[in-house]
Write a protein that binds this ligand. Structure first.
Ligand code: FES
Length: 333
């Protein structure tokens, strides 16, 4: 019986016959998929097995190590599905996503704390529009006004989710958001940005979000856990005041479900909560991690001064600059 293969984050799906490898099925369906030797020697066709079982034939130890196998990686040219399977492309640098401009409809708009909107959009025609977790788009509203925002959802989700901070003094973005209603059209241009999840990484990951920087960081965490990354993921979510937090229950539940995920809330000022650390997020990380040994990676998103200082701090503690992915931005007026 033929087995279904679903590839994230492209959402491509196809069926393979008995004794047909995942790579052979992808090539037959003309699905863009990295490969070279087709015989288990080069390692170009590496995938992460998220769900299902495969019969995996012999291969060179240089193309796939024992550690990578334990982490759930497979070679698509050597993997023959025994059940329906879900896999993800490991090296997302290997597939390019072209920038497109598409129309989307407003599905919902709601306040999620005292000053932040949650906006959800659905592409009108383009059902295969994708992005890499951590990237952003430019949203163009009526009147030609455009602003950049990061997606907070998974690339495979039907709806695009954005967190849009309300600025004081009648800002343009606040006026747009107040007037926007369900069914309105918004033009989406993108995706842009290079601070996206590198799912091939197997060492611990530190994720730091300042304010609405939590949007791309949430997308990265959701993808990492959905793709079955097993290493430790440490999230620090820093804000000014306790009332600036949102998604607290969401991350608490995620930490309950995934023992490799840990979250810490940090605020300059608090009223009552005992689950919030008081202070500046950079000082808390400095105190908790005297040194970062091993193959760490970091994703930092938020106001530019915070992101810059954090990147310098993490380098001092042992991270390579190439392993620090930054998404500095100011909330736009
Ligand atoms: S294509 Fe070379 S290992 Fe699969």
């Amino acid at each position: 019986m033929r087995k279904k293969v679903k590839i994230f984050p492209t959402n491509n799906g196809f069926k393979v016959g008995a004794r047909e490898s995942i790579l052979e099925g992808a090539m037959r369906e003309k699905i863009d998929h990295p490969y070279s030797c087709k015989t288990g020697l080069c390692g170009m066709c590496k995938l992460r097995l998220i769900d299902g079982k495969v019969d995996h034939l012999d291969h060179s130890p240089h193309s796939l190590s024992e550690l990578e196998k334990e982490e759930g990686l497979i070679l698509s040219c050597r993997a023959f599905p025994l059940t329906d399977v879900e896999v993800s492309i490991v090296n997302q640098d290997d597939f390019e996503i072209s920038v497109q401009k598409e129309e989307a409809s407003v599905i919902s708009k709601s306040m999620i704390n005292h000053d932040t909107w949650c906006l959800q959009l659905k592409m009108k025609n383009k059902t295969d529009w994708i992005f890499k977790s951590g990237q952003f788009v430019r949203l163009e509203f009526d009147g030609g006004i455009s602003r950049s925002y990061s997606m907070a959802n998974l690339p495979s989700d039907e709806l695009l989710t954005f967190f849009i901070r309300k600025l004081p003094n009648g800002s343009v973005s606040d006026r747009i958001m107040s007037e926007l209603k369900e069914g309105d059209t918004v033009r989406v241009e993108g995706p842009f940005g290079s601070a996206y999840l590198r799912a091939e990484h197997t060492g611990p990951i530190m994720l730091v979000a300042g304010g609405s920087g939590i949007a791309p960081i949430k997308s990265i965490i959701d993808s990492a856990l959905t793709l079955g990354l097993k290493q430790k993921l440490y999230l620090y979510f820093g804000v000014r005041e306790e009332r600036d937090f949102y998604l607290k229950e969401y991350f608490v539940e995620l930490a309950t479900k995934h023992s490799n995920f840990q979250v810490k809330y940090v605020a300059d000022k608090i009223n009552s909560s005992s689950d919030i650390v008081v202070g500046r997020v950079i000082n808390i990380i400095d105190a908790e991690w005297p040194i970062l040994e091993g193959q760490w990676q970091a994703y930092l998103a938020g106001p530019p001064p915070l992101v810059r200082s954090l990147a310098e701090l993490l380098e001092e503690k042992g991270l390579w600059a190439d392993d620090i992915y930054t998404d500095p931005f100011y909330a736009q007026n």
